[in-house]
Design a protein around this ligand. Structure first.
Ligand SMILES: [Cu+2]
Length: 504
């Protein structure tokens, strides 16, 4: 379909759905900017300050997009925390609406975790001193206001965190941030013709999660990175609301996964593609020593109640699929490209193993629990609030164990330092299940047993029918300010697929 025809078609759809006109971006006029690299904000005992602000960003030539960000118009700086130190962070809210700052993957007491109870009101400041004690890892931070998380993250209230561990033996990996150690925050967005983001958290888009038709990496549309020739470390973060990616390179080159959510894997895992569910992280080592240009592609996202059988037109109506990339297989699209600079040279050495990597140390579980993720928890169905625009308190139509999220109900009471075995069940769709305040081990998912060596420590598991995980928390969470567990499809989380747990 030619772009003009497609635009007319889309405009017709949009009119029918009474939503603003959407624009489908062509490759020629938008993609190809140099990859932006978020600045680093490092704490050395002195506090650092994040300002939640509104601003405007230029994603497309000549069009400005109203956005939110931390200390910059869209997204935020990369926070670097060092194990064994106190991370002191002030978060100031310069917006006219409450926010939070949740440190996703950080092992800190719930009172420091930035969950929905810890709202920062407009013009107020939240100051935390966080003891950093966990393995080196790629984490992230984002707003987590119940009922508003999806929209606030979509607008830009998110950023990367890197935990460094000077006590662990040298991993032998590239460490030159922004050069051969690249943060890549992958997000899908949709745009209106006036340049504003298009977002809808209702109806079918709420049911399966909102999908955009345009890929941003670090806030630029399908940008071009210029790494040095040689081995390069990519810190991949799926910062999308609901899209699951299946990433590979256009020339089929292999790569090695070296870390997952909770830090290094015991040894590098050779792969030719990698799945990244919402909020998941993976660090991969890619060999660019041949100096050739290559593109990272993603396969289509079939995570919806109809799976692969959902017609393309329906997917388009539900928020869109990115345009197919000519180098890809049917349905594939471009994430970003790499144009290595420097003379081709011999490939660098990939470490054999990471002796300092975290090991599973959960022991036998003291108790078991079952959690069923429900897409219909109160009989009203998703996207059907009682009249008008959904607001906090009206969003409870999804749930866990038939309970829509309630801030007044503690769902699970855990004992500090005690391992539990959780069985999580999900029908209709796969759900990226997240637990705050700790990392867990996945034992089983779908029909497969999961080897620790291939996944490491996790804080997200994309539940395929049924998953079993070992969980243990070493920090305190009180009934007033508990931890959360929830689906990380943000539209599902906001619709109530979330619960609270204490640790005493
Ligand atoms: Cu979900």
């Amino acid at each position: 379909m030619k772009s003009s025809t497609r635009r007319t078609f889309l405009a017709g759809l949009a009119t029918a759905a009474a939503t603003p006109l959407l624009t489908r971006l062509s490759h020629a006029d938008t993609a190809g900017r140099p990859l932006p690299v978020p600045p680093v904000m490092e704490t050395h005992g002195e506090p650092v300050t994040l300002d939640a602000i509104s601003g405007s960003s230029i994603f497309q030539p000549g069009l400005s997009t109203p956005t939110l960000g931390f200390s910059q118009p869209y997204l935020g700086p990369t926070l670097r925390f060092r194990r064994g130190t106190l991370a002191r962070v002030n978060v100031r809210n310069r917006l006219n609406t409450p926010i939070t700052s949740h440190w996703h993957g950080l092992h800190v007491p719930a009172i420091l975790d930035g969950g929905p109870q810890l709202q920062i009101l407009p013009e107020r400041q939240w100051s935390v001193e966080m003891p950093i004690d966990q393995p080196a890892a790629t984490l992230w931070y984002h707003s987590h206001v119940h009922g508003r998380t999806a929209e606030q993250v979509y607008q830009g209230l998110a950023g990367m965190i890197i935990v460094d561990d000077p006590s662990a033996p040298d991993s032998g990996l590239p460490v030159d941030y922004g050069v051969d150690d690249l943060p890549l925050i992958i997000q899908d967005r949709a745009f209106r013709e006036d340049g504003a983001f298009h977002y809808a958290n209702r109806g079918p888009a709420r049911m399966i999660g909102f999908r955009g038709d345009t890929i941003l990496v670090n806030g630029a549309i399908r940008p071009v990175a210029a790494p040095p020739t040689g081995l390069v470390r990519l810190r991949l973060l799926n910062g999308s609301n609901s899209r699951t990616y299946l990433l590979r390179f256009s020339d089929e080159r292999g790569f090695h996964q070296v870390a997952s959510d909770g830090g290094l894997l015991p040894k590098p895992v050779p792969l030719t593609s990698i799945q990244l569910a919402p909020a998941e992280r993976a660090e991969i080592l890619v060999d660019f020593s041949d100096g050739r240009r290559v593109t990272m592609l993603s396969g289509p996202d079939h995570n919806n109640p109809m799976g692969r059988n959902m017609p393309a037109m329906m997917r388009q109506m539900l928020g869109g699929d990115p345009a197919q990339f000519p180098e890809g297989k049917p349905g594939e699209f471009e994430i970003l490209s790499f144009e290595p600079h420097g003379k081709p040279r011999a490939a660098g050495k990939i470490p054999d193993a990471f002796p300092g990597a975290p090991r599973p140390q959960f022991g036998d579980p003291a108790r078991t629990r079952e959690l069923v993720l429900n897409m219909h928890a109160d009989g009203r169905g998703p996207g059907m609030p009682r009249g008008g625009q959904p607001s906090v308190g009206q969003m409870g139509s999804m749930g866990i164990n038939d309970n829509p999220f309630s801030m007044d109900r503690v769902d699970i009471a855990m004992n500090r330092g005690e391992t539990e075995l959780w069985t999580i069940r999900a029908a209709e769709m796969k759900h990226p299940f997240h637990v705050h305040g700790t990392s867990f081990q996945v034992l089983h998912n779908g029909r497969r047993d999961v080897a620790f060596d291939s996944t490491g420590l996790k804080d997200i598991v994309l539940v395929e029918g049924e998953a079993r995980i070992l969980v243990r928390c070493n920090h305190v969470a009180t009934p007033d300010i508990p931890y959360m567990f929830h689906c990380h499809i943000l539209e599902h989380e906001d619709a109530g697929m979330m619960g609270q747990f204490t640790v005493a």
